[in-house]
Design a protein around this ligand. Structure first.
Ligand code: HEM
Length: 397
């Protein structure tokens, strides 16, 4: 553990799998909070982006996401992904030089269909929505100095000249999201839209007590959270494949073995269990070249004594992904790409061994009850999920 201060906030950086497992997993009931973010959460996001909310406010949204992103809806979502994967493959063939753009189109199409039931319309002007997402990301923790000193937000408003900039971003976010959301909502209400997260939300399948605007933010947040992550995962997959051709060819051989080597058919969801090396490849990829070196901090909601240390309520814990992934005690020769290290019979538990999806109760997938915790004696003392399989399919991993 490394203790530091970021502005007026106390930070404890967790540098090993064991510490994350202990503090996020076993002490999850008190380490699940979020610190205040007066600018990026309260003002820019109007307190409606669940990912930044403290437990209160977050937990109901979390339940709703879980309810609407699992169960019978999953079959539709998998179908969307199969179709979009086929489109991606055909785009690779048509213009391989544009692979980078194809990844963006694929990722956006999959998550847009899950969220709204329809593919994104390429003629839509999405500049304002993109700008809103950019404003959020560029002011998310820890990039925004004012949120490192949350007490400043209690000063009289005239002593906070910086607020105006954030209020303008909040207004622009609201305007951009509202104009994007309005036709989607109309089409759902008129019964013209296929099943989707937004349709279930509008028809209140999950009995969400939030306002119409809360629903809009929940649906828009899903697209925000799901598209760039998937795009980056695909880009990293290409990087990994071209720099580790031996492993890539072994992965390819495994697919040929299962699906035939004359292009008989494409792999499907049902094949996943027969493709351990592919799963191991993805897990190693997420360790070797991560999407996130930083995932949002978890705030302690009560004083905590832990292994002789005293942490006051309000301490922020953060996972040091780079340090953990390069820890030679956990991963032999950590700099080299070795999918084999994951061939342990648990390959399909795609989240097992990775904190890339967060930690503790806030980590994905949304189904907390499916998360089981390894004991510390096991090789990767972290939370994994039996539904990791389904979730990995959803994100294209
Ligand atoms: C490789 C792909 C992905 C990675 C690495 C990833 C990672 C993360 C992380 C680290 C968090 C924060 C967890 C925490 O608070 O501790 C998060 C939250 C979230 N992600 Fe993802 N994600 C991925 C894909 C997706 C996809 C495809 C979706 C949509 C279907 C999605 C939707 C969300 C949502 C809605 C949240 C906020 C959850 C909450 O407030 O509880 N993510 N993700």
């Amino acid at each position: 553990m490394t203790t530091t201060h970021l502005g007026s906030k106390l930070w404890v950086v967790l540098n090993s799998n064991r510490l994350v497992s202990e503090l996020y997993g076993k002490k999850g009931s008190v380490t699940n909070g979020r610190p205040p973010y007066p600018m990026v959460s309260d003002i820019i996001s109007e307190g409606r982006r669940s990912v930044l909310l403290p437990t209160e406010g977050w937990s109901e949204r979390r339940r709703v996401m879980h309810q609407l992103l699992s169960g019978s809806a999953m079959a539709n979502y998998q179908e969307y992904q199969v179709e979009e994967s086929n489109n991606l493959l055909s785009s690779y063939l048509e213009s391989p030089q544009h692979w980078y753009t194809h990844h963006r189109v694929y990722s956006n199409s999959v998550i847009h269909r899950i969220a709204f039931g329809e593919k994104p319309n390429p003629n839509d002007d999405i500049r304002a929505v993109t700008q809103a997402q950019f404003d959020f990301l560029m002011n998310a923790p820890p990039y925004n100095l004012w949120d490192c000193f949350p007490e400043l937000a209690r000063l009289p408003k005239f002593l906070q000249p910086w607020r105006g900039k954030f209020a303008a971003m909040g207004q622009a976010t609201n305007d951009a999201y509202s104009s994007y959301w309005a036709p989607i909502q109309r089409s759902i209400e008129q019964g013209k839209s296929p099943q989707s997260f937004a349709r279930d939300l509008v028809f209140n399948e999950a009995k969400f007590t939030g306002s119409e605007k809360d629903k809009m933010f929940l649906a828009m947040q899903l697209v925000e959270a799901g598209s760039d992550t998937t795009r980056l995962a695909l880009n990293i997959f290409v990087l990994t494949s071209v720099t580790n051709t031996k492993h890539f060819l072994r992965a390819r051989t495994e697919i040929d073995r299962v699906c035939g080597n004359k292009g008989e058919r494409l792999p499907g969801f049902d094949d996943e269990k027969d493709l351990p090396y592919i799963n191991a490849f993805v897990k190693e990829m997420l360790r070797w070249r991560r999407i996130f070196d930083w995932t949002p901090e978890h705030m302690l909601t009560e004083d905590l004594e832990f292994e002789g240390y005293f942490f006051p309520k309000g301490t922020n814990f953060v996972i040091n992904h780079a340090s953990i992934a390069n820890d030679p005690a956990a991963y032999e020769d950590p700099q080299s790409f070795r999918p084999e290290r994951w061939l342990d019979g648990r390959e399909t538990e795609i989240m097992g061994g990775s904190w890339q999806f967060g930690g503790g109760r806030r980590r994905e997938p949304f189904d907390d009850k499916d998360i089981r915790h390894f004991t510390l004696e096991e090789p990767f003392p972290i939370a994994v999920t039996s539904r990791g399989e389904a979730w990995a399919k959803l994100i294209g991993a």
